[in-house]
Design a protein around this ligand. Structure first.
Ligand code: ZN
Length: 339
């Protein structure tokens, strides 16, 4: 059973999840790459995972012949529980780790990467995430969903088969709440959303734009935290993946493939984290003031963070990252690279 505890010193939440200690690689001193033979995410190994929650397939569930599969995480950080009452003991505030932790198996192909997936496969992956988000939204206890991918050892990946995770929480993470607040302040001052204005400014500056497809633009942000960091943002007000129509999904899939091909052409098979930032799932006491205005000022983004360097004490103690590659140079290399 996991616990969501409030850290009073640093003013944020922490997930205490003893369940995660049982993951096969935890505490291991050497990293062993599992092969396709014993990989639970490979096609034909469906019986090695819990029953699927969603799949893109034409046949019976939990059989081979699918393009994307979603399963509950066996080593989950949070779980759906009935009791979500918070506890208070002096300064110690905690609540049970109510939530959902799901794994999206991006493709049946063990060794594939985004750069060599078919566009239709990436579109199926986006559709699977979108369907899961709109389903999780129905549970009013779930407030915020983190959707992310870890690829490679430097990025904290523990399974080499391409996969994505969704962790839906009963609280607003501090950073996400701060962004909602700053976003609303910006909107009230300027009458436009921050992402909307950022895109207008990036398009005027041109130097950090990487590629564009349909209503989506990929650029290396002006203050990139990571070398070759890329953000993908929509040109219109789309606050969550489940706001996208079929054309949007097709354009976004094409753009993601292009961006990954360009990144790989420069960096090889690089380690990275990818994170979706989307509007909260539901309203609660923390995000209530922002919720009614979200559609006007909040736009979703996808952030690709290549993990070329490990983080150290400076980064952990200040939250400020040191990036040795200027985003202007990174964007130029990505635009001009041969793909
Ligand atoms: Zn596999």
């Amino acid at each position: 059973m996991s616990d969501i505890r409030r850290d009073r010193l640093h003013d944020h939440y922490v997930l205490i999840a003893p369940e995660r200690m049982r993951r096969p690689d935890t505490l291991a001193t050497t990293h062993t790459e599992e092969s396709a033979d014993n990989c639970p995410f490979c096609e034909g190994h469906e019986s090695m995972t819990p029953p699927e929650i969603y799949a893109s397939r034409d046949n019976e569930p939990n059989m081979p012949h699918w393009s994307v599969r979603v399963i509950p995480n066996l080593y989950k950080a949070v779980q759906i529980e009935l009791d979500d009452t918070s506890r208070m003991d002096g300064m110690f505030e905690s609540r049970p780790g109510v939530g959902a932790h799901e794994i999206i198996i991006d493709t049946p192909c063990h060794d594939c990467r985004f750069s060599n997936l078919e566009v239709v496969q990436i579109a199926d992956w986006l559709t699977a995430i979108s369907k899961r988000i709109s389903d999780l939204r129905k549970d009013k206890r779930l407030i915020y969903a983190s959707v992310f991918k870890n690829h490679g050892e430097y990025a904290g990946a523990t399974q080499s088969h391409p996969h994505t995770q969704i962790i839906a929480l009963p609280v607003m993470p501090h950073d996400a709440l701060k962004l909602l607040d700053k976003g609303l302040q910006y909107y009230r001052r300027h009458g436009r959303g921050k992402v909307e204005d950022l895109l207008i400014n990036e398009q005027e500056a041109k130097v950090r734009i990487v590629a564009r497809r349909g209503d989506f633009t990929a650029f290396c942000p002006f203050a990139s935290s990571y070398p070759f960091e890329v953000i993908i943002a929509p040109q219109r007000d789309l606050s969550s993946l489940d706001d996208l129509n079929r054309d949007d999904i097709a354009h976004l899939a094409r753009l993601l493939k292009e961006v990954f091909r360009r990144l790989e052409s420069e960096l090889g098979n690089f380690n990275y984290n990818l994170a979706f930032r989307m509007a909260p799932l539901n309203s609660n006491f923390e995000n209530e003031p922002y919720f009614p205005h979200l559609k006007k000022y909040y736009r979703m983004t996808i952030r690709i963070m290549p993990r070329i360097y490990r983080l150290g004490g400076f980064e952990l103690s200040t939250g400020m990252l040191i990036n040795p590659v200027t985003p202007e140079e990174a964007a130029k290399l990505l635009r001009e690279t041969k793909i």
